[in-house]
Design a binder for this molecule. Structure first.
Ligand code: 5AD
Ligand code: FES
Length: 345
């Protein structure tokens, strides 16, 4: 039914809003098959069978923000808070380097403890010890000056999901003091400063409509990020959205396929959230255009505390196990791990 729409997306990388709507909402099995096939073909055309690894280090579960969907929001009094010391972060990197990682992602809540001085020192040290590695930060909204200093210290990339490009939906997911305008501004600042930038959104978050998702796609066309991180929304029991439905595997995969055809060269992670809603979620992601996975490198003792949503996987194992587990999953899906830094084409 929508096969000519899929052909059009494959050939031109773009659709009209009404065509996007049809494709996002179709439940025709043949359409889904064709989209998956083209997404995989497109990914293989540019990246072959390579899958890039990013070692994720969750440096702090403190957060000053109060996003309604997130398990580490400041009002969650049941959340256990921790911060990694500089030594602990360095030892995660050493461990990761041994395991073959050439990108370290330092992610955390918006925690004022991690000042620019503190982060710059860590970035310098990582870059000095591991000059062949990329440093990615994912520390939320900061000032232009802060992003500038971190870049100068050696940070290469920054992940900041826009979460939703719709003003009205943004309002329903965040408290008054946060603004979509500032978030978008941060993303454009990061790009201007020369970071490789990752944006993205959640699929199936409460109140989200197909029209909202199309707004996300349009925003991504404007921003042109190097990486796009999407995953299903998964309710967390200690948040206002505890009783809401989560995003589905089908819709997330659908959007991954669409994103691969819209942005043939983008870095597209098969996310932990996708692996959480289905035991084969990440493998299916890889078969639908994804070419990045982000194994958990955080110390085992803190993993359960960085609980953005319920039942998050990879909170028990040692980092070596995540590395091996993912290697097996990548192979079983028919792809191969790349030991390169994995910069965007
Ligand atoms: N379900 C799925 N993803 C979530 N995130 C935050 N809370 C949830 C949730 N409940 C995502 C956000 C954030 C990223 C680090 O995790 O998109 O940017
Ligand atoms: Fe962490 Fe499989 S990736 S256990």
């Amino acid at each position: 039914m929508t096969d000519n729409i899929i052909e059009k997306l494959y050939n031109s990388g773009n659709l009209t809003d009404s065509e996007f709507k049809l494709l996002i909402e179709t439940d025709d099995k043949d359409d889904v098959k064709l989209l998956t096939k083209y997404a995989d073909e497109t990914r293989q055309k540019y990246y072959g069978k390579k899958v890039f690894l990013r070692g994720l280090i969750e440096i702090s579960s403190y957060c000053k923000n109060n996003c309604l969907y997130c398990g580490i929001r400041r009002s969650n009094k049941n959340a256990e808070r921790y911060r990694l010391s500089r030594e602990e972060i360095m030892s995660c990197c050493e461990n990761g380097y041994e395991l073959g990682f050439r990108t370290f992602v330092m992610q955390g809540g918006e925690d004022s403890y991690f000042t620019d001085d503190f982060m710059c020192d860590i970035i310098h040290e990582v870059k000095e010890k591991f000059p062949d590695c990329a440093v990615t930060l994912s520390l939320g909204e900061r000032s232009y000056e802060s992003y500038r200093r971190l870049k100068e210290a050696g940070a290469d990339r920054y992940l900041l999901r826009h979460e939703t490009a719709s003003d009205s939906l943004y309002r329903k997911l965040h408290p008054q003091e946060m603004s979509l305008k500032n978030r978008k501004k941060c993303l454009f600042n990061l790009r201007e400063l020369g970071y490789q930038v990752g944006a993205g959104f959640m699929v199936g978050v409460p109140f989200q409509t197909t029209e909202n998702i199309i707004e996300d796609l349009r925003f991504l066309q404007e921003l042109k990020p190097h990486m796009i991180g999407i995953g299903p929304f998964i309710p967390h029991h200690d948040t206002p959205f505890a009783d809401e439905k989560g995003g589905t595997l089908e819709t997330t995969l659908r959007l991954l396929g669409i994103l691969r055809l819209m942005f043939p060269k983008v870095l597209l992670p098969s996310t932990t959230a996708l692996g959480t809603i289905s035991p084969v979620g990440r493998e299916l992601g890889l078969k639908t255009g994804c070419n990045v996975v982000m194994p958990n490198l955080s110390p085992v003792s803190v993993r359960k505390k960085y609980e953005l949503y319920d039942n998050k996987i990879c909170t028990g194992e040692e980092s070596a196990e995540c590395r091996v587990c993912l290697e097996n999953r990548i192979k079983s899906a028919g792809y191969e791990i790349s030991s390169e830094r994995g910069d965007a084409l």
